[in-house]
Design a protein. Structure first.
Length: 381
């Protein structure tokens, strides 16, 4: 297997100190008996699932959750310890992977519980209760079926949880719905107790639940985007009230510096034409690495040398062009910052998300696998 050269063509830096800081901040919002079960699905929101999960282990965080059985198996193959909960659907043909890698499977409904039961081997599970998101989960009003899951001989029910679908909304409508979901969930727990099924470990909160509804804490909390030091939208920052620190920077190498004469075109389709003599730089990163094409034609910038360089022409699959006419100190081999800080300047993931008309979660989770993730200490410019 070919080993990538760290900081080669383009890469991601993960700041260890900022990650530890975010862990401490989020844990401080919760009771001491409530433990973090961070979401490291989608390659840890683009940050590198194995790298993040192993660093969580090193910090004493012994539980995490993923979306797929393959994600869970990948963590185990790389030495990640503790509980790993699969939040999504696993096909019956893959049930053996749950057993092989000691993973916990979510029960998405009663018919799925029966499939898990007839697999034959003991399977650890968490029950998901649908309290109003109407996605995965057993209907909170159907207690008969919820109770029947506890009668499945081969299911080891270790937890029960729900998902708060409006916890990012602090307006009255969102708060009312969130508390209604909590009320429905705790009603299920009470009915299980009355029927002789002591409640296993419980969890309700993801990132916004921790930030806005710490009183709904259970045995676990499942931070996702907040663990990585950002929120889904910049407009959510004032309500958060906690000093989270972004942990990710995206950087790319300047592979060529070229001159472009007035009237010459650059990039695909002759769409960019220089209006005067220009100096441009070619960066070794593109949309296959997760850089949105909407940043083309001046829609986005990078930090390089001592200045800010606008993107010109179309973002290509593997490369993009930037205008460095007014930045004299750029040379082949230099490093450009696509997301992150350089000196006192910053291009944040919020900037890219707003340009794309989406949320930070999407921008980060689309970052490509060929960007090597490098763990760094301290502040990196």
């Amino acid at each position: 297997m070919i080993k990538l050269y760290k900081e080669g063509r383009a890469w991601i830096e993960i700041n260890r100190e900022n990650l530890h800081h975010n862990i401490r901040i989020l844990q401080s919002l919760l009771p001491s008996e409530c433990h973090l079960m961070p979401a490291v699905k989608a390659n840890a929101y683009g940050h590198g699932a194995v790298l993040i999960a192993k660093e969580l282990n090193a910090c004493g965080v012994k539980s995490c959750c993923v979306a797929t059985v393959a994600e869970g198996a990948e963590l185990r193959k790389n030495g990640v310890e503790g509980e790993i909960l699969v939040l999504g659907y696993t096909h019956p043909e893959q049930f053996s992977i749950l057993e092989q890698y000691n993973l916990i499977q979510t029960v998405v409904d009663y018919s799925y519980a029966k499939l898990l039961d007839i697999y034959g081997a003991k399977v650890k599970v968490h029950l998901k209760i649908d309290t109003g998101m109407h996605r995965l989960g057993m209907d909170c009003e159907n207690m008969a079926e919820i109770i029947r899951v506890f009668g499945c001989n081969n299911l080891v029910v270790e937890g029960i949880y729900t998902h708060l679908c409006a916890s990012d909304d602090t307006a009255p409508r969102g708060r009312e719905y969130t508390y209604l979901q909590g009320k429905k969930f705790y009603r299920v727990l009470a009915q299980l107790e009355r029927n002789g099924y002591p409640c296993p470990k419980i969890h309700l909160q993801s990132s916004y639940g921790i930030l806005h509804y710490p009183e709904l804490a259970g045995d676990y909390a499942r931070p996702g985007i907040a663990l990585y030091g950002v929120l889904s939208s910049r407009r959510d920052l004032p309500q958060a009230g906690v000093p989270l620190s972004p942990i990710l920077s995206v950087k790319a190498r300047v592979v060529l510096v070229k001159s472009l004469s007035r009237g010459e075109s650059a990039g695909y389709g002759l769409q960019y034409v220089a209006d005067k003599d220009k100096k441009i730089a070619v960066l070794s990163i593109g949309y296959a690495d997760g850089i949105p094409r909407s940043l083309s034609f001046g829609g986005g910038n990078v930090l390089v040398g001592s200045g800010i360089a606008p993107i010109i022409g179309s973002v290509c699959m593997d490369q993009m062009l930037v205008d460095i006419t007014d930045i004299p100190d750029v040379s082949q081999g230099d490093v450009a910052v696509v997301i992150g800080r350089s000196g006192d300047r910053e291009i944040s993931v919020y900037d890219l998300a707003e340009q794309e008309g989406t949320i930070t979660n999407e921008i980060l989770s689309r970052l490509g696998n060929r960007l090597e993730r490098v763990l760094i200490s301290g502040i990196s410019d």
